[in-house]
Design a protein around this ligand. Structure first.
Ligand code: HEC
Ligand code: HEC
Ligand code: HEC
Length: 126
């Protein structure tokens, strides 16, 4: 005969240990959005903020293709505004604090765009 009094605690212990990796992970790895440095209030990005946050990589890809494959150097935004297609002269003029904007967010997301191997990055106050 087995000893019934140990079965339920045994099962509970098993379930707790078995699922531990999941709930331990859920507790410790909460993603915290970093404090990023935005340009002066009143300025507007190329497209609305939520779009930029989610799609800026695709937009930059599109820009590169427009500039280099189609020889178009002007981008018309969804609001009808015209922007010169330039990573350095357009994006980085407003987002001149690359370290506390692009880099901070990329570091916390473990992405490291290789663009700065060739493109000039803003020097800030250095
Ligand atoms: C191997 C060097 C190299 C790398 C790496 C590189 N680029 Fe470029 N990129 C160029 C060159 C050269 C041009 C052409 C410059 C021109 O004709 O205006 C260009 C043009 C562009 C343009 C359009 C014109 C401009 O001045 O912005 C965009 C946008 C662009 N690249 C985005 C990117 C992005 C985003 C990355 C990273 C994901 C990247 N590039 C990585 C070399 C590079
Ligand atoms: C005229 C100035 C200006 C230019 C040019 C500009 N930005 Fe922005 N960007 C802003 C401002 C201001 C915000 C904050 C938007 C808001 O508060 O509505 C912003 C927001 C963003 C965000 C979202 C940040 C977040 O809240 O998560 C990203 C990403 C971004 N920009 C990338 C870019 C890239 C890439 C380019 C070039 C393709 C670019 N920006 C060009 C001013 C600019
Ligand atoms: C609010 C957070 C945030 C900010 C601010 C931000 N990025 Fe990003 N960026 C990301 C994330 C997240 C990814 C990876 C997306 C993916 O892999 O789908 C990314 C990817 C990219 C990529 C594509 C890299 C690759 O290897 O695929 C480029 C290029 C890029 N960002 C440029 C910029 C530039 C330039 C700025 C500053 C003007 C900037 N980002 C600001 C979050 C941000």
């Amino acid at each position: 005969m087995f000893n019934a009094k140990y079965i339920w605690p045994g099962i509970v212990l098993f379930v707790v240990l078995f699922t531990a990796p999941f709930w331990l992970n859920a507790n410790t790895k909460t993603y915290v959005r970093p404090e990023i440095a935005l340009p002066e209030k009143g300025a507007e990005c190329i497209e609305p903020r939520a779009f930029m946050a989610a799609e800026h990589m695709q937009l930059l890809d599109t820009w590169r293709d427009m500039a280099l494959r189609e020889e178009k150097r002007v981008y018309v935004s969804s609001s009808g505004k015209e922007w010169a297609i330039s990573l350095q002269n357009t994006c980085m003029t407003c987002h001149s604090n690359k370290v506390d904007f692009c880099d901070k967010c990329h570091d916390s997301n473990s992405v490291d765009p290789y663009c700065w191997d060739c493109h000039v990055e803003p020097r800030g106050n250095k």
